[in-house]
Design a protein around this ligand. Structure first.
Ligand code: ZN
Length: 86
């Protein structure tokens, strides 16, 4: 499920209007969930008001970091495919 959000990337300022989980399409963002900016690919985290902050990578487990790097790779592939057809 794509969830509408009103956010701005704290790193690049890109206006972000939606979020989705590529592994669980029914998921909605909640406090502490990680995200990746579709524009600059920064690792972000949702705060208690579901505003995006730059993720503190020092507090992330190796397993979570591997998952985030994998998801950023998938995002890059998605963007490459999108550019081919648009
Ligand atoms: Zn960004």
């Amino acid at each position: 499920m794509k969830t509408k959000v009103k956010n701005k990337c704290p790193k690049c300022g890109k206006k972000l209007t939606a979020a989705f989980d590529i592994t669980d399409l029914e998921a909605k963002p909640s406090k502490g969930d990680f995200s990746i900016c579709i524009d600059c690919e920064s690792f972000l985290v949702f705060d208690k008001k579901l505003k995006l902050r730059i993720a503190d990578l020092k507090s992330i487990s190796n397993e979570m970091m591997n998952e985030m790097v994998k998801n950023r790779f998938l995002l890059r592939k998605f963007k490459e495919e999108y550019r081919k057809y648009n």
